[in-house]
Ligand binder design. Structure first.
Ligand SMILES: [Zn+2]
Length: 175
């Protein structure tokens, strides 16, 4: 995206920013309503997923695979990536944002030592499982969380799903 912000006056920059913040809030509310409706109609089941979470996860992966910068032709890409045809077409503006550079992924992997970083609130202990590790956004991506080292950590499949269900429940409370 080429926004040419340098040409904007200070006033225009601020008023545009206000406008964007406002629209982002509207979009977020819309997103939560759509998620709720998909959940209620159980559309994820029709598409062959066992939960709304797996459906959204597949959508996420599809978006990541469709990213032109994330193609296997990229020489640094591992050849062992499983091939899965994306079934959902993303809006063009989503593509760039989905991309998490390999460098960031490696940094997180090193920092988290290849183990799940989920912390049990009662015992204060980290899970440290190595089962199907995935990147988890501390502040959810769908709520504007960024793809930075600070906002990402490794979670095992169980805790990734657990977190997603919490996020989804809290999105219902916003209704
Ligand atoms: Zn875990």
């Amino acid at each position: 995206m080429n926004l040419k912000l340098k040409n904007l006056s200070n006033d225009n920059l601020i008023s545009d920013l206000k406008d964007i913040v406002c629209r982002e809030r509207e979009l977020l509310t819309k997103l939560l309503h759509y998620l709720k409706e998909v959940e209620q109609r159980r559309l994820y089941a029709q598409k062959g997923y066992d939960s709304l979470f797996s459906f959204i996860k597949a959508l996420d992966l599809a978006l990541e695979r469709l990213d032109p910068e994330n193609k296997p032709s990229n020489s640094r890409r591992k050849p062992s990536q499983p091939k899965m045809k994306p079934t959902l077409t993303p809006a063009p503006e989503c593509k760039a944002k989905r991309y998490i550079p390999q460098k960031i992924k490696r940094q997180i992997w090193r920092r988290d030592k290849g183990k799940c970083q989920f912390k049990d609130k009662r015992t204060g202990q980290l899970c440290h499982s190595q089962y199907k590790l995935e990147l988890d956004h501390a502040w959810p991506y769908s709520l504007g969380g960024s793809n930075t080292v600070q906002n990402l950590r490794l979670h095992c499949r169980t805790h990734n799903q657990y977190r997603a269900s919490l996020i989804f429940k809290s999105s219902h409370l916003l209704q």
